[in-house]
Design a protein around this ligand. Structure first.
Ligand code: LMR
Length: 307
């Protein structure tokens, strides 16, 4: 949770009471970073302290899926957490607060928080798909022997889950000082339509399998990229992926789903990138991930009305 002034940062970290000693460790690490703009850190288990007058809230904590747990059980536990955090934001944070949800299932948790904070504009809520976006950029860069910075305008459509659709039909790569389309540069359609997509979709699970822990460094970098773009905008000619509320008019995605789209950001306000042509291959994949989100939403809302 962060409060941002013109040149300084006040950050508060909230957790449940049994985790307070862990939070003390986070506090020490934040102090030890000697961050040039960091003025103070408050570690607390009180929502009224943590959420007070926030400019930016990063909701990282959620109930992780344990072995044998049904998706429904996971959603139920998380609806409770994000309903309470949404209500606390509604009560204590600034109405201009930007809320970024990271804890999984991030899209539906973000929708739950937004529905539970009716006095905060729904456009102020977004969930993290920048990690998937960065993964897609890196896979292309590795294949072409360039750096990730040379790749732009990849898109993650949909859910931050294995149904997400990483789309490079509109992506460009800088090769020998010239910008070319990724399909043209790679000349390997079968990889782009096959292993590339599954690698990005399954990357979170692959990291967990290798580390026995969820992604940490890459997730932190993606959160920093996401917030930097919300605060300072996206570079000219570039778009990024973010889970945001759908309006029913963009890319045939039903209204009121927290779906990852390509966006541009200016003056702390995001806009859909409009008018990108969508081929049949993409259409099918975009609809599939929308269907999963609609199902998650339905289940979450059942719990939301009874929680
Ligand atoms: C990731 O994409 O690395 C994580 O969201 C995976 C997870 O389930 O924690």
């Amino acid at each position: 949770m962060v409060s941002v002034g013109p040149s300084l940062l006040l950050t508060s970290s909230v957790d449940i009471t049994p985790m307070m000693t862990v939070l003390d460790g986070v506090l020490m690490e934040l102090q030890d970073c000697a961050l040039p703009l960091l003025k103070d850190v408050i570690a607390t288990d009180k929502e009224e302290v943590a959420f007070k007058d926030l400019d930016v809230a990063v909701l990282v904590g959620s109930m992780p899926r344990r072995e044998g747990m049904e998706r429904k059980d996971l959603l139920k536990a998380n609806v409770k957490i994000f309903k309470s955090q949404g209500a606390a934001l509604d009560k204590y944070a600034k109405k201009s607060v930007k809320v970024i949800v990271v804890g999984n299932p991030a899209n539906t948790n973000c929708l739950t928080a937004s529905k539970s904070a009716p006095s905060i504009p729904k456009e102020n809520f977004s969930c993290l798909t920048r990690l998937d976006h960065n993964r897609a950029k890196s896979q292309i860069a590795l294949k072409l022997g360039v750096t990730a910075d040379d790749v732009k305008n990849v898109i993650i459509w949909g859910n931050h889950s294995s149904t997400q659709y990483p789309d490079v039909n509109h992506a460009k790569v800088k090769l020998h000082g010239k910008e070319v389309g990724v399909y043209e540069a790679l000349k390997d359609d079968s990889w782009l339509k096959g292993d590339f997509i599954t690698t990005v979709q399954q990357r979170g699970a692959a990291v967990i399998k290798a580390r026995k822990l969820s992604s940490a460094m890459s997730a932190a970098k993606a959160i920093a990229d996401h917030i930097r773009n919300i605060w300072f905008g996206t570079p000219e000619g570039e778009f990024v992926s973010m889970g945001v509320i759908s309006d029913g008019n963009s890319y045939g995605i039903p209204d009121d789903l927290l779906y990852s789209f390509p966006v541009v950001i200016k003056n702390k306000t995001w806009k859909f990138v409009e008018g990108l042509p969508i081929n049949d291959f993409s259409r099918e994949k975009m609809d599939l991930t929308a269907k999963e989100l609609a199902e998650e939403k339905e289940t979450a809302f059942e719990f939301l009305s009874s929680a």
